[in-house]
Ligand binder design. Structure first.
Ligand SMILES: Cc1cc2nc3c(=O)[nH]c(=O)nc-3n(C[C@H](O)[C@H](O)[C@H](O)COP(=O)(O)OP(=O)(O)OC[C@H]3O[C@@H](n4cnc5c(N)ncnc54)[C@H](O)[C@@H]3O)c2cc1C
Length: 459
């Protein structure tokens, strides 16, 4: 059988790109197709009025040496920038006030973010029994059981909104925060795990999300995906995978719509690196259980709202990463990143650039409002919370109708269905942010591992 490629990758977000680069580096002939006219998927950077705008992720954490190696391979080490040291500071809204998140035990004892009852209650955490290793608790159940309800409301609820645009009462702790689950299982306590695991962590080249440096690039996150694409020999843009058929002799036939009309590719292996809902459509004809699992993954809508203000109109010192809003505070935004404080040169002097997220699992309908309504809602919230004294100079809104996959209870079963489909239909692989973590760093690590796996099967 004449083949068009050894491996066809469907989807050119960070996951598909890193998998393609890894496979190409192992000597395989790789073709990547991407339905949009550009690669990057959720990652996108743009310039407006002297400001750098991120329409998706604002940064990534350097949790693994694989990330430095990827920058080296793609020639963009010199483009990397690290977050300003004050980005360690984060704020959480409580009773209408932005309270700094405590960064040390003495600061924790002093903070007004938690009551004395919660603070003293932490002393009992090491004695709380671990859950059954097979149980799939929600994040809310896990945190309430180990740390108490106030910790859930004013630490975890806003944090989950910031990372997943998610709801702790829906997310599975094992699937969404496997590290927390492991600490409990291994050490019987999160606090004991932090202390006893310290030595182990210093030996491990992988860094925890708390310890890893935060990075971006001079021209924004898109530098990364553009650089990977430049290294790839075969990328077909504006080419949407429409169907997958297994060939009798082994291998796959992939149909696609392209600017030149319908296309058919015959390949040995296929890596599906699209969002779950698109993957479901592709595999439904021959992997019904996997399709069912994929289509049940929820992607709530999120609007990302970049607002440029005259710096003098924002009284807050903007001395940190940004702030998060607990659901209990009943506001209309999930949180705001102080973009012009986070990295150097994001806005001209005298301009404050803020990126606010709206919607998510908490308030999906707010992200679906029209742009004017979203802009004025965010303006009012920034006036109330940061004291903005004037209207923004301009606002730019990016709407993600299906933003981030939610690892809700049942996610591990869904992932087992994908594995079963991979076993049953050799040459088919799933690699995207619905599997192995949603962060950019997790996607890079998963895609790197996927490239190893596909290459070793090819050998
Ligand atoms: C608003 C927002 C903010 C975020 N902030 C952060 C952050 O600050 N830090 C962080 O680490 N992570 C963040 N994330 C998460 C992270 O950006 C994503 O999880 C990650 O970029 C997803 O990469 P991916 O390649 O798995 O999927 P995607 O980026 O979704 O890529 C999938 C690609 O498949 C393509 N595609 C779909 N269907 C087809 C088809 N049929 N044929 C061909 N191609 C197809 C799509 O066009 C897309 O390019 C954020 C995400 C969003 C949406």
């Amino acid at each position: 059988m004449a083949l068009d490629a050894d491996v066809l990758i469907i989807g050119g977000g960070i996951s598909g790109l890193v998998a393609a680069l890894g496979l190409q580096g192992k000597g395989l002939d790789v073709l990547l197709i991407e339905s949009a006219p550009r690669v990057g998927g959720a990652i996108g950077s743009a310039r407006e009025d002297g400001c750098l705008i991120e329409t998706g992720p604002n940064s990534t954490l350097e949790t693994s040496p694989l990330i430095g190696a990827l920058l080296l391979e793609t020639g963009i080490v010199g483009e990397r920038i690290y977050a300003n040291p004050e980005a360690r500071n984060r704020f959480v809204l409580r009773s209408g006030q932005l309270i700094p998140v405590p960064l040390s035990p003495p600061a924790f004892l002093r903070t007004p973010l938690f009551s004395w009852r919660t603070k003293l209650g932490l002393a009992r955490e090491p004695f709380v029994r671990r859950s059954h290793p097979e149980a799939e608790e929600t994040v809310a159940q896990f945190v309430r059981r180990r740390l108490g309800p106030e910790f859930l409301d004013y630490a975890i609820n806003p944090f989950v909104a910031g990372v997943y645009a998610g709801d702790p009462a829906r997310l599975s702790v094992r699937a969404a925060f496997p590290r927390l689950f492991e600490l409990e299982q291994k050490y019987g306590s999160l606090i004991r795990g932090q202390i006893l695991g310290a030595r182990e962590r210093t030996r491990n080249p992988e860094k925890s999300k708390q310890a890893a440096p935060m990075l971006s690039f001079r021209d924004g996150m898109q530098t990364l995906t553009d650089a990977i694409a430049r290294k790839l020999e075969r990328v077909a843009l504006s080419t949407r995978g429409t169907g997958l058929t297994r060939l009798g002799a082994g291998g796959w036939e992939v149909t696609a719509d392209s600017p030149a009309g319908p296309k058919t590719f015959r390949v040995r292996r296929v890596v599906v690196a699209t969002p779950a809902y698109a993957a479901a459509t592709l595999v439904r004809p021959f992997a019904a259980d996997a399709a069912k699992a994929l289509e049940s993954i929820i992607y709530p809508p999120v609007a990302s709202v970049v607002s440029a203000y005259s710096r003098k109109d924002i009284p807050h010192p903007l001395n940190g990463f940004g702030f998060l809003v607990p659901e209990k505070e009943q506001r209309q935004i999930l949180g705001t990143i102080f973009s012009s404080s986070l990295f150097e040169n994001r806005a001209p002097g005298g301009t404050a650039l803020l990126t606010t997220f709206v919607g998510g699992m908490r308030q999906p309908d707010l992200a679906r409002r029209d742009e004017d309504a979203i802009a004025s809602m965010v303006g009012e919230e920034l006036e109330a919370l940061l004291g903005a004294k004037a209207q923004p100079l301009w606002t730019r809104i990016t709407r993600w109708e299906q933003a981030i996959p939610q690892y809700t209870v049942g996610h591990l079963g869904r992932m087992a269905a994908l594995e079963a489909a991979e076993q049953a239909t050799p040459g088919l692989y799933f690699c995207a942010n619905f599997r192995g973590g949603i962060s950019v760093a997790d996607c890079i690590k998963s895609a790197h591992a996927m490239a190893e796996r596909v290459a070793s099967a090819a050998r």
